[in-house]
Design a protein around this ligand. Structure first.
Ligand code: ZN
Length: 242
């Protein structure tokens, strides 16, 4: 098990950690700020800084073979440095903060889209350059209206927060479950729920900004009819340099 510090504080850029295991897939730590690919959100990149000051570049982060495992995937060509590492070695785990920040802004924006388009989501991808959501629906979508809706929700500066809800609380509050735009998974004991105050409530394990104002200038760049019953909405940053 890797302690997933990003789950409680998505703003953490680095943390001290200890190498727990190394194998062909990559490096596992006892704790990390690296988000592993999941829920559509891309895995983090960054570096593991060693005690002697050298750095191991991390190209991707993935979930391991067992629940709770997080694997830091080294960039290619670092075999000599990897050969020097052993379980028990201290490191400092540092993510590419600028890239993660874009993931967080886009990820929060996908929740805003869920609020603007009240249809089930059957696909999601969030990268540093664009994000897309696939909605199960047959009606056409209006790009101008969606962009106006996004701009309004960003300008309204709604607080964004997560909390953990156990299954007993879900069972006791059918209204809470009904109000969620995505139904919570069962059988996990407790569910992490992301709330954008007054806008959206749904189970989500990803990383988000703390207020919709931080989403900034995000716009719908494309709406595609992927199939008879699927509409794909692609978003990007209005200012590509942001
Ligand atoms: Zn989310």
């Amino acid at each position: 098990m890797t302690a997933d510090l990003f789950r409680e504080d998505a703003t953490l850029a680095s943390c001290p950690a200890v190498i727990a295991a190394i194998d062909a897939r990559g490096v596992q730590l006892d704790r990390t700020v690296f988000y592993p690919l999941g829920g559509g959100q891309a895995g983090d990149r960054g570096a593991l800084r060693l005690a002697d000051g050298r750095s191991l570049a991390i190209a991707d982060t993935r979930k391991g073979a067992h629940p709770g495992e997080i694997v830091h995937v080294p960039a290619p060509g670092q075999e000599a440095l990897l050969a020097l590492l052993s379980p028990g070695d201290p490191v400092t785990a540092e993510i590419d903060v600028a890239r993660r920040r874009r993931h967080m802004r886009f990820h929060t924006a996908t929740h805003l889209l869920c609020a603007l388009i009240p249809h089930p989501v059957d696909g999601c991808s969030i990268t540093a350059d664009s994000a897309r959501l696939d909605f199960h629906m047959t009606e056409p979508l209006d790009k101008v209206a969606l962009n106006a809706g996004l701009a309004r929700l960003v300008a309204e500066a709604h607080p964004v927060r997560h909390r953990w809800i156990d299954e007993a609380e879900l069972d006791a509050n059918p209204g809470l479950v009904r109000s969620m735009s995505v139904q919570p998974p069962r059988g996990l004991g407790r569910v992490r729920v992301l709330e954008i105050e007054g806008v959206d409530l749904q189970p989500c394990g990803g990383t988000h900004v703390a207020n919709t104002a931080e989403v900034g200038a995000v716009v719908v760049t494309k709406i595609e009819k992927k199939s008879a019953a699927t509409r794909r909405v692609v978003i990007g940053f209005a200012d590509a340099a942001s």
